[in-house]
Structures are given as structure tokens and as C-alpha cells.
Design a protein. Structure first.
Length: 169
């Protein structure tokens, strides 16, 4: 989505000079007290910050051809996916099986790549819906089950077969 740090930086660069200008005007031009001028400049800064935020959001949505409702929907789903990817990451790195490390890293790399591409271009979410609503849940569930099976103290032939099948899946 929008880069939060960059948005904050742009909004601050616009807001701080505006607030200072409002303070100078209210203190010197209108001959108000220091505290009243400070309060007015603070209120003016908040207003300018909100306006700048609204303008930036509108431009972002227009650039990506999204409505606010679509953007909220996509953002909500991406936030949920981020939690699932974190859960996947935790599960993958708690598995102590060296032969599958490359495979596990590939799964994590691919999921993160899809997530980052969708964040930078939210319109792509609709092309990746199946991944977010089906595949990601399945991968997280399989990984947690694989982790559970791999941590069993006594490994039987059944567990080994289950681990092998899960790896293949």
C-alpha cells in the first residue's frame, strides 16, 4: 500500500511550515498571546495534516483505479495475510529438518513476494485472491501439521510417510 514513512514525511514537510506560518501570523499580525497563537497554529497544523493525508490517499486511489471501499477491503485482507505469513514464518523456522530447508525458504520467499507485489499494486489483489483465500491458509495449516509431526519424539513408519507426503504437497 502507500509507504507510511514516505506519507508521514511528505505530510510533515507540508504541515510544519504551515503551522509555523499560522503561528507567526496569529502572534505578530493579529497580536494574539503566545499560548493562543500556539493553540491556533496547532489546530491549523492538524487541519493541514488531515487535508494533506486526504489528498495523498485520493491520488493513490486514483492512480491504482480503486474506490475507498475496495481499498479498505484489500487492506483488511492484506493485514490478515500478513499475520498468516508471520505464522508461516514461525512454523517454518521451528522445523529442525535440514533436507527441506531450501523448500521451506522457497515457500516463504514466494509468499512474501506475492504479498509485497500486492501491497505495491493493490489492484493485483484480485488476480491473487485464490492465493490469499485458499492457498495461503492451506500452506499455513500444512506447515503447522508438518512441524507437529516432525517434533514427535518417537518416529514410526507412519509418521515418516506422513512427513514425506506433506513435504511433497
Amino acid at each position: 500500500m502507500m509507504n507510511r514513512f514516505l506519507s508521514f514525511l511528505v505530510q510533515s514537510v507540508v504541515t510544519v511550515p504551515s503551522a509555523i506560518t499560522v503561528w507567526f501570523l496569529s502572534y505578530f499580525a493579529f497580536d494574539l498571546t503566545f499560548l493562543i497563537s500556539f493553540a491556533i497554529s496547532l489546530a491549523g497544523g492538524v487541519i493541514v495534516y488531515k487535508i494533506t493525508s486526504g489528498v495523498m490517499t485520493t491520488r493513490f486511489l486514483k492512480k491504482h483505479q480503486l474506490t475507498r471501499k475496495e481499498y479498505r477491503y484489500i487492506k483488511k485482507n492484506l493485514d490478515e495475510a500478513k499475520q498468516k505469513i508471520n505464522k508461516l514464518n514461525k512454523s517454518l523456522f521451528s522445523i529442525r529438518d535440514l533436507p527441506t530447508i531450501k523448500q521451506r525458504l522457497d515457500v516463504l520467499r514466494i509468499t512474501r513476494k506475492i504479498q509485497s507485489m500486492t501491497q505495491t499494486e493493490p489492484k493485483r489483489f484480485y488476480k491473487a485472491e485464490k492465493f490469499y483465500f485458499s492457498h495461503l491458509d492451506s500452506v499455513v495449516e500444512l506447515t503447522e501439521k508438518y512441524r507437529f509431526l516432525s517434533q514427535q519424539p518417537k518416529k514410526s513408519h507412519e509418521i515418516d510417510v506422513s512427513l514425506y507426503e506433506t513435504r511433497q504437497t
